[in-house]
Design a protein around this ligand. Structure first.
Ligand SMILES: Cc1cc2nc3c(=O)[nH]c(=O)nc-3n(C[C@@H](O)[C@H](O)[C@H](O)COP(=O)(O)OP(=O)(O)OC[C@H]3O[C@@H](n4cnc5c(N)ncnc54)[C@H](O)[C@@H]3O)c2cc1C
Length: 316
């Protein structure tokens, strides 16, 4: 049981959760600011003792299991400027606290960034997508999480704000390893900017293998291809999740595809390169050899799916 006692008046809500009986999470303070400035101020003051809570889908169980401890939880769910999806000619920008369910249903994402729309279908369950946020998934950086894999595939930019300034971090520099990113304790992730490819003929594919439907993937692959009207590949991006401490982009595949027609032989060569590039670990869920083999097979499937979309676009 928790006892709630009122605390500071600086923010809208502030409670001290005090341990009075048997319970799970350690005692923590909780605030729910209603401006971004107040969030940044609180982060700055709390340093490494503060933590943002967004959807709480990962943080709450981690705290309950005492795998994560925070002295202060800063709830960003009431910051209106942290929700929403915008598009420009170059980017599709998703504000951090946008729910995954809202993103999955967004016409903007379905039309402008179909790769992300495909990936979102695999993120958790209806219930977790209703609470879980796009920014939370990026900040949490699970090596198998679908949104970070797409961010890595498309070289998304992650916007981090702190009291004294803003910076944009390339997805390639953002994800270090499981739950370890370039975000600093005093920073709030505010937005993820996914580039929209300008080519007219673009196709994408996303597939994963998991033990049960909606579980985290053992292996997941995202791919996006562009071709000219003659069918020659002009651009390619492939990223793999579940085979390293963070999602990896396989540049060798881009080199193998660009400048060539997307024949079966060319796709085979690309899949071979994926398997050579990966060096996964064996864990309780799967052996390294299994993950590698599955990555090769799924890569073939996503490239075929992307190629089929490209053919369709060329014939329109
Ligand atoms: C049963 C179950 C199944 C799931 N399956 C999947 C799955 O298949 N694929 C998948 O990708 N995910 C899955 N998830 C996790 C997903 O639901 C969460 O949405 C995601 O991990 C975290 O998002 P969140 O908004 O809930 O973040 P929270 O749990 O609130 O936070 C997670 C971490 O990110 C930090 N954080 C959050 N937002 C910000 C921000 N704006 N700035 C700085 N730091 C921030 C927090 O401090 C915390 O450290 C699953 C979860 C559950 C419970």
């Amino acid at each position: 049981m928790f006892a709630l006692t009122q605390g500071s008046q600086n923010v809208n809500v502030f409670f001290r959760l005090t341990r009075v009986d048997q319970m799970k999470a350690a005692a923590f303070d909780y605030i729910r600011p209603d401006t971004l400035e107040a969030v940044l101020e609180a982060l700055d003051r709390a340093g490494d003792e503060g933590r943002i809570i967004a959807g709480g889908q990962t943080l709450v169980p981690m705290m309950a299991m005492r795998l994560v401890k925070a002295e202060l939880l800063i709830d960003i769910n009431h910051i209106q400027t942290l929700a929403g999806i915008q598009t420009s000619n170059e980017n599709l920008s998703i504000r951090a606290c946008t729910r995954q369910a809202e993103a999955a249903a967004s016409e903007k994402i379905i039309n402008k960034l179909p790769l992300l729309a495909k990936a979102l279908e695999h993120v958790g369950h209806t219930q977790t997508r209703n609470r879980g946020t796009v920014g939370g998934s990026i900040a949490n950086a699970d090596p198998s999480a679908e949104i970070p894999i797409v961010a890595r595939c498309l070289d998304a930019k992650i916007v981090a704000l702190r009291k004294d300034g803003e910076r944009q971090i390339c997805a390639g520099d953002f994800f270090y390893s499981a739950m370890d990113t370039a975000l600093e304790d005093t920073e709030c992730l505010t937005e993820v900017r996914f580039p929209i490819w300008s080519e007219e003929v673009v196709g994408s594919g996303f597939h994963e293998v998991s033990i049960r439907n909606s579980d985290y993937a053992l292996v997941a692959v995202a791919a996006q291809l562009a071709t000219d009207f003659g069918g020659k590949c002009t651009r390619a991006a492939v990223a793999v999740g579940g085979c390293a401490p963070a999602a990896v982009k396989i540049d060798a595949v881009e080199k193998a595809l660009v400048g060539k027609p997307l024949s079966d032989a060319v796709l085979d060569e690309a899949c071979g390169l994926i398997m050579e590039a990966l060096d996964p670990d064996t864990d309780v869920h799967a052996t390294a050899e299994y993950r590698k083999r599955v990555a090769g097979r799924i890569t073939r499937r996503v490239l075929e799916e992307a190629r089929a979309e490209v053919y369709e676009a060329r014939n329109e």
